[in-house]
Design a protein around this ligand. Structure first.
Ligand SMILES: [Fe+2]
Length: 168
């Protein structure tokens, strides 16, 4: 299918709207991760969340950089999806009632739900940026996407141990 100039205009507006939501998403994650560090009961899990917090601060600044370049401002728009995922995580933490095993598997599950959402968001943004030829954006989005995938894989590795402890 050939993209008309009208299509490109619509795609560009969608791209900007999704970038603004992605910025809100990343900012909310920087607020949620310190709580996940605190609630983790193993140093391995706490460190995984701590190092992803550092990366997430970089994700915020990459999106700010892209939005600045594209629109001249780095204003965000509320991302309802991340709000819902964080509320679910907080409910799960409450339900775990400070049982360390339940707490860790709950935190890992919540972390992976967030990572999968982010992977979907960045996969879409990168494809749209490629379609429109925004090559500098593509490489920034690609770097973040790689870090989200690596964070997800790290949680999978940690979950093998945590799930075995929970089942024992
Ligand atoms: Fe992120």
């Amino acid at each position: 299918m050939k993209l008309t100039s009208e299509h490109l205009k619509t795609l560009h507006s969608l791209y900007i709207a999704h970038l603004k939501k992605a910025l809100d998403m990343e900012r909310e994650i920087t607020k949620a991760l310190p709580k996940m560090v605190d609630k983790s009961t193993t140093p391995e899990l706490a460190n995984a969340f701590r190092s992803h917090l550092k990366e997430t601060e970089g994700h915020v600044s990459r999106i700010e950089q892209i939005l600045q370049r594209q629109t001249g401002s780095s204003k965000s728009e509320t991302c309802k999806a991340i709000g819902a995922l964080i509320t679910e995580a907080e409910d799960g933490i409450k339900d775990a009632k400070d049982d360390p095993m339940v707490l860790d598997v709950t935190l890992i599950a919540a972390g992976q739900e967030v990572e999968h959402h982010e992977i979907a968001v960045y996969g879409t943004l990168r494809s749209w940026a490629q379609l429109m030829g925004h090559n500098e954006d593509v490489s920034l989005l690609e770097s973040t996407l790689k870090e989200e995938k690596a964070a997800d894989e790290k949680l999978t590795r940690i979950s093998v141990d945590a799930n075995a402890r929970a089942a024992a």
